[in-house]
Structure formats: structure tokens, C-alpha cells
Design a binder for this molecule. Structure first.
Ligand code: AMP
Length: 139
């Protein structure tokens, strides 16, 4: 049920560009190209897994640690009032890319989240946001 040609597998292999903010031997994080808010970031394991159910528990544990690390960077970079950490399983639940990932979605007072998976962001804005997160993670 895992398709090696999904978009995130291509990003992991370097076959598709992404605005990366973090990478180690187990995970990669990059800006969501259709962000629901400023700083919307995705954290993806390098291991092949479709969703929450087929990922190895030990790999999931590493993924959530990477997610916490990156979320701390997003928090420092954007100072939102709060943050959603979200993960969808299967299309009926909203999943559109079938390689497991966690969404880090900053929430700002008075601002509604934009619709999931709808409007592509300006690349220059994503590049600038990625740089802010990288700098925050480097501190
Ligand atoms: P999900 O719907 O939970 O599977 O999340 C997939 C996310 O990937 C959505 O929020 C999309 O905006 C985002 N997305 C789709 N294509 C790309 C891409 N090429 N680079 C970065 N994010 C993407």
C-alpha cells in the first residue's frame, strides 16, 4: 500500500524541491507548500510508511521527537499564540500525501486557519520562512 512515487518520497530522495528546515538520518522537515498559517511545517520520516498504523513504533517515537524539535524552532521563529500538531490517516480523514507526516500549524490570535491543501504559497515567502526556522533551530 506504500507508493514510492508519492511527493514526499521524491522530496526525501531529492527528486523534488522543498524548503527544508531540518534534516537528519531519520527525518526531514520542510515548509508546507499550501500553508494553513504562517510557519506551517511538515515533519516526515525517511522510512517508508503510509500512515500511523503501518509505521514501526520505534520509528514513530523518533518522528515525534523530531516533530517536537522542529515545533520548538517554529515557535521561536514565529511566536504564535498556540500550535496544532496534526496527523491524518487516509483520504476520508483528510490525508492527501500517503507518506506519514506530522503537521506543525501555528495558530495566531484573531486569525482563522486557511483551508487545508488549497492555495500554493509564494516561493519567496516560503524561502524566507524556512530561513527563519533554520535560524531559530540553530540558536
Ligand atoms: P495531508 O493532507 O495530511 O496528507 O498533508 C499533505 C500536505 O502536503 C498538505 O498540507 C499540502 O499542502 C502539502 N503539500 C503538498 N504538496 C507539497 C509539496 N510539493 N511541498 C510541500 N508541501 C506539499
Amino acid at each position: 500500500m506504500y507508493d514510492d512515487n508519492n511527493i514526499f518520497a521524491k522530496i526525501i530522495r531529492g527528486e523534488m524541491p522543498a524548503f527544508k528546515v531540518f534534516e537528519d538520518e531519520r527525518a526531514v522537515a520542510f515548509m508546507d507548500a499550501m500553508p494553513q498559517s504562517e510557519g506551517h511545517t511538515l515533519v516526515v520520516p525517511k522510512a517508508r510508511a503510509r500512515n500511523f498504523f503501518d509505521i514501526e513504533p520505534a520509528v514513530l517515537a523518533e518522528l515525534i521527537q523530531a516533530t517536537q524539535h522542529v515545533a520548538r524552532g517554529v515557535q521561536k521563529a514565529f511566536s504564535p499564540g498556540g500550535m496544532r500538531i496534526v496527523q491524518f490517516n487516509e483520504a476520508v480523514a483528510g490525508q492527501t500525501v500517503f507518506h506519514i507526516h506530522f503537521h506543525i500549524i501555528p495558530c495566531y490570535a484573531g486569525a482563522e486557519l486557511r483551508t487545508h491543501n488549497r492555495d500554493w504559497a509564494d516561493k519567496a515567502v516560503l524561502a524566507e520562512h524556512a530561513e527563519r526556522v533554520r535560524q531559530a533551530l540553530a540558536k
